[in-house]
Design a protein around this ligand. Structure first.
Ligand code: S5P
Length: 259
């Protein structure tokens, strides 16, 4: 959809974190997001340290970490600085504005303090985004709206996608893009992040569906791919991560040559 480079697209972004993310991709030559779905502080910090050089964004599910303390997010911040990646808490907020505001700013995790980016289902409508923006804007955070899910039988139909885009357009300084299986719009500033990616197409036993990095980027116009078990469940996550990075980056270069 958009044959521009990430750096060229960064110029169209109203959000400073979106600009930083796109520029970082070209600087580091990676469009890979690691989904670090592990349950201990040690595992998460080890992955972030080993794989940090290969990725643009580290995606966490902080509420599956069994021994969480603020030490974890402090250390993650240091590793993000050392290896130059951003942090994305995959919180998938989905409630009224007044509730999500508190979930984002406070509770046990204080997500807005350490996550550059978080995400939310568009289902509750613009009031929810306004609530999150009240917390996130002043910290230069970014929000990704979950538009189209990777799982079989997801209820996210065409109408839902159109309405998700409309909500995003009302908050273009705070919403940086979408979790989606296909690009939603030709506007170059939206960042399309695609999960459900593996080197071999297939499914898991609970409805997750996988496409390859090449298919996600070339055919579905994804900008960044999100990979979890394809890397973290591999015998050697470092080697595997490098493979995903290379394939995904090659696909992006191929797409840019189509100018
Ligand atoms: O539609 C979606 C949205 C997300 S954010 N499908 C997904 O799988 N995800 C997340 O991406 C999911 O929560 C998990 O953290 C990751 C995919 O993990 P994998 O192990 O299947 O690659």
């Amino acid at each position: 959809m958009s044959p521009l480079s990430y750096t060229e697209r960064a110029k169209y972004c109203l959000s400073s974190i979106a600009r930083r993310l796109l520029e970082l991709c070209d600087e580091k030559e990676t469009n890979l997001i690691l989904s670090a779905d592990v349950t201990s502080t040690e595992q998460l910090l080890t992955l972030a340290n080993q794989l940090g050089p290969e990725i643009c964004l580290l995606k966490t599910h902080i509420d599956i970490v069994e021994d969480f303390t603020p030490y974890l997010t402090l250390e993650l911040g240091k590793l993000a600085h050392k290896h130059r990646f951003l942090i994305f808490e995959d919180r998938k907020f989905s409630d009224i504005g007044n509730t999500v505001k508190q979930q984002y700013a406070g509770g046990m995790y204080h997500i807005a303090e350490w996550a550059d980016i978080t995400n939310a289902h568009s289902l509750p409508g613009p009031g929810m985004v306004e609530g999150l923006a009240e917390v996130g804007r002043k910290k230069n955070r970014g929000l990704v709206l979950v538009a189209e899910m990777s799982s079989i039988g997801a209820l996210t139909n065409e109408e839902y996608l159109k309405n998700t885009l409309k909500i995003a357009e009302q908050f273009a300084d705070f919403v940086i893009g979408f979790i989606t299986q296909h690009a939603l719009s030709a506007d170059p500033h939206w960042i399309n992040m695609t999960p459900g990616v593996k080197l071999q197409e297939g499914k898991d036993k609970l409805g997750q569906q996988y496409i390859t990095p090449e298919k996600a980027i070339i055919e579905h116009h994804a900008d960044l791919i999100i990979v979890g078990r394809g890397i973290i469940a591999a015998a050697d996550p470092v080697i595997e991560c490098h493979k995903y990075r290379e394939q995904s980056w090659k696909a992006y270069q191929k797409r840019c040559q189509k100018k």
